[in-house]
Design a protein around this ligand. Structure first.
Ligand code: V47
Length: 378
């Protein structure tokens, strides 16, 4: 029996009526659809879900250590224990960083780092506790499944126990990193030792079961092919059907500089926009698609707001993972500049907190309660 391959007309009809796209549709879109058709369809879904809103948040990054037992071939950030560039934050440094965030009006601190050979699970719990106790109003978004898997190995305890300790210390949600490409054909080439796809999925499932929200990512533009990308997106879509716990998806463009894969050229703007649009179309059950300006560059991220993305991430002060891998973007954007990027893209800027609640500001104070709601209850 011959099964007819999809046509762009079939796919367009499905997108118009909200019908779910298949693996074959995804392959067609990834490999054959022209960018503008892809973008137009993704924009349709984007506006259906988020209207004209373009979200951003005021956030700060913290990578508590760069020392890591793993040697992922795409990573320029990691260090060996005795490397000159190796570091680990002290409690005082943690407090200093989050107080800096507070002084800049941050509503979120994004925390990921290496798996340090000599640091215990308690050291990592302490990171969350110190941050949360110093500034309880700032949401701590921390640790990927790669770290949770490591903590489970260190403590010989199940994922739900590990996550509960983190929740008790003040964890607010989980970022989307560590996913890379789920397919073992790719994982074996770029990060063979670290948590595999079933652990990644299982840890997010467990986190969602405990009431934690999380994000998801896909690292593209290295050794993977279209079939690996579509498989990755469909695995995420299946988990989202089951739990509904993902908030946003972030396609991450590979930056080769200073990595073991530095012979691979960086993805071009065309591929970046294709990946944003493709993910918007395939992930029909994700509310948000983030164009992470740090890795896309401000200009592609801005254009991506018309190709399926509805979020630019945030001010992102102190980002290291991409900058160590050669990102030329600034080490933070001002809110005024983010507003300009969004408005010139024809969208309405909305500051959100980590959980996509609208943030209202009054001078140095911020709240997720609308001023008139406060007035009505007082
Ligand atoms: O897991 C590492 C990727 C991820 C490189 O959840 C690289 O809101 C490209 O997950 N080139 C960490 N990518 C970043 C991340 C993230 C970023 C922004 C927002 C959120 C969120 C999550 O960065 C890693 C890996 O996939 N990465 N090295 C590199 N050379």
């Amino acid at each position: 029996m011959t099964i007819n391959p999809p046509t762009i007309r079939d796919i367009e009809a499905k997108v118009q009526t909200g019908e779910r796209l298949t693996f074959d549709d995804g392959i067609f879109l990834d490999e054959r659809a022209d960018l503008f058709t892809l973008g137009r369809l993704a924009n349709l879904v984007r506006e259906r879900k988020n209207g004209n809103a373009a979200y951003y948040n005021t956030n700060i990054h913290l990578n508590p250590t760069n020392v890591c037992v793993y040697r992922c071939r795409f990573c320029a950030f990691r260090a060996d224990l005795r490397d000159e560039k190796a570091y680990a934050f002290t409690d005082e440094m943690l407090r200093e960083r989050i107080l800096e965030g507070r002084s800049q009006g941050a509503t979120e601190i994004h925390v990921v780092g290496g798996l340090h050979h000599q640091k215990s699970f308690d050291w990592y719990v302490n990171v969350v506790r110190v941050l949360h106790e110093t500034c309880p109003e700032i949401h701590v978004k921390a640790w990927t499944p790669v770290e949770i898997h490591w903590f489970s190995y260190l403590t010989k305890k199940p994922y739900d126990w590990v996550l509960q300790q983190m929740l008790d210390a003040g964890l607010g949600s989980m970022p989307g990193g560590g996913a890379e490409i789920f397919h073992p054909e790719v994982r074996d080439q770029i990060c063979e030792h670290k948590a595999d796809s079933s652990s990644w999925i299982d840890i997010h499932r467990t986190a969602h079961g405990l009431g934690l929200r999380s994000n998801a990512t896909m690292l593209y533009g290295h050794v993977e092919q279209a079939r690996h990308r579509i498989d990755h997106l469909l695995q995420l879509r299946a988990l989202q059907d089951e739990t509904g716990g993902f908030q946003t998806f972030i396609p991450l463009a590979f930056h080769p500089e200073n990595t073991k894969l530095d012979h691979i050229p960086k993805p071009t703007g065309m591929m970046d926009l294709r990946m944003v649009a493709l993910s918007r179309l395939m992930l029909d059950n994700f509310d948000h698609i983030k164009a992470y300006w740090i890795m896309l560059g401000e200009k592609i991220a801005q254009v991506a707001l018309g190709f399926g993305a509805d979020d630019l991430d945030g001010t992102v002060v102190h980002e290291l993972i991409y900058h160590d891998a050669g990102a030329k973007t600034p080490e933070g954007l001002t809110v005024a500049h983010i507003h300009r990027l969004i408005r010139e893209a024809g969208r309405d800027p909305i500051e959100r907190d980590t959980l996509y609640r609208r943030v209202y500001r009054d001078g140095a104070h911020w709240s997720v309660t609308a001023p008139r709601e406060t007035a009505a209850t007082t």
